[in-house]
Design a protein around this ligand. Structure first.
Ligand code: DAH
Length: 355
């Protein structure tokens, strides 16, 4: 028995001293000290040792165990020391970099997350790509807007009941200055664009819009739209619908089921509501589609002559189509997000899912 113990000790110490990396050390630890290791085997033989000799054998077993453990620790420290020496001798080793693989050395730094693009940012970029490929310009307009561009220019005069369709955040303005508001839709860009550009042209203007409304799973006071406008001598509803279908199948990367209904908006004639089958529940009904199976996503139509006139265009010469895509809803559909409040809620656990 003592002979076997001497043998184990000798073998273990030689092998440990020769170990060149941490993996080998771990294997040796298992081989000599593990549950099925050499020392355990010896312990099993204790049964056959005469009672009087048991304490002595036991003491020797402990001695060997301690010696092997000690040797492993010493060797491990030495290997780590060598590694540090090697790293610091390397002229390319940058001590200011957060260490990814030296945590074990007690040198762990704070490793920063890489971050992720918000799904709204991603989908916006995708839409911009699709429209850029179709020759559309990308434009950007103010979020604080005059009452004129948000309402009057769009054929929604002061007394028009359509004003109540959109609850507005008004901005306090000194007397004598045009009334200002937080734009309730991106349609504010329509007349601005007509006044700035020489037709024919086509453009999209994505952005944040604001409405004074009760927040719930499908309503936010701040959300996103993408407005599109195409002005030419002759445009058609067929071309409008074709463009909208192209857009949706590009975004969803497959054919999506849509339906077209007449829709009323003072700035288009005719106007349409383009609905998409709810992609969250597949049309069965859920909180996103308010249990109807359909989601209003893309109101659109042919630009009303009065809007063209406000833009300085002669309706006998120029025509146009426009759409106001509900970007927040589109993002919810694409990523199966059931509550609009997640989008701007700022909870990192939400955003991290899109890394
Ligand atoms: N601006 C409208 C809204 O936010 C949506 C809209 C409807 C935009 C029809 C358009 C359009 O360009 O043609 O409710």
């Amino acid at each position: 028995m003592f002979e076997r113990l001497d043998q184990i000790e000798g073998e273990a110490l030689v092998a440990i001293a020769a170990a060149t990396d941490e993996g080998v050390l771990r294997d040796l630890e298992v081989r000599f000290l593990g549950k099925k290791g050499a020392l355990t085997e010896v312990m099993k033989g204790m049964r056959d040792v005469a009672p009087a000799d048991k304490p002595k054998v036991g003491a020797r077993v402990n001695e060997v165990r301690a010696a092997v453990e000690g040797a492993i620790t010493t060797r491990r420290d030495a290997l780590e020391g060598e590694r540090i020496a090697r790293l610091s001798a390397d002229p390319d080793f940058d001590v200011s970099l957060p260490p990814f693989d030296v945590g074990r050395l007690g040198l762990e730094g704070r490793v920063g997350g890489v971050g992720a693009l918000h799904p709204l940012t991603r989908v916006t970029a995708h839409i911009e790509d699709v429209f850029r490929a179709m020759g559309f310009l990308l434009l950007d307009y103010p979020e604080v807007e005059s009452e004129f561009f948000n309402f009057d220019a769009l054929n929604i005069p002061a007394t028009h009941p359509a004003r109540d369709m959109q609850d507005t955040f008004w901005v306090e303005t000194p007397p004598g200055v045009d009334k200002q508001l937080l734009r309730t839709h991106t349609s504010t860009g329509q007349v601005r664009t007509m006044r700035a550009m020489k037709p024919p042209f086509r453009a999209i203007f994505p952005g944040r819009v604001f409405r004074y409304e009760e927040v719930d799973a499908s309503h936010e006071h701040t959300f996103h739209q993408v407005e599109g406008l195409m002005i030419d001598r002759k445009v058609s509803v067929a071309n409008l619908i074709y463009s909208m279908k192209t857009l949706l199948s590009e975004i969803f990367e497959r054919e999506v089921t849509i339906r077209l209904r007449p829709g009323y908006f003072p700035f288009v004639e005719p106007g349409f509501e383009l609905d998409i089958q709810c992609q969250v529940c597949g049309g069965k009904g859920c909180s996103v589609c308010k249990h109807s199976g359909w989601v209003e996503l893309l109101p659109c139509g042919l630009v009303h002559p009065n809007v063209l006139r406000h833009g300085g265009l002669d309706p006998n010469e120029w025509q146009g189509w426009a759409f106001g895509l509900g970007l927040s809803r589109l993002v919810m559909m694409k990523y199966q997000i059931e509550d609009i409040r997640h989008l701007l809620g700022g909870d990192l656990r939400f955003i991290q899912q899109f890394e």
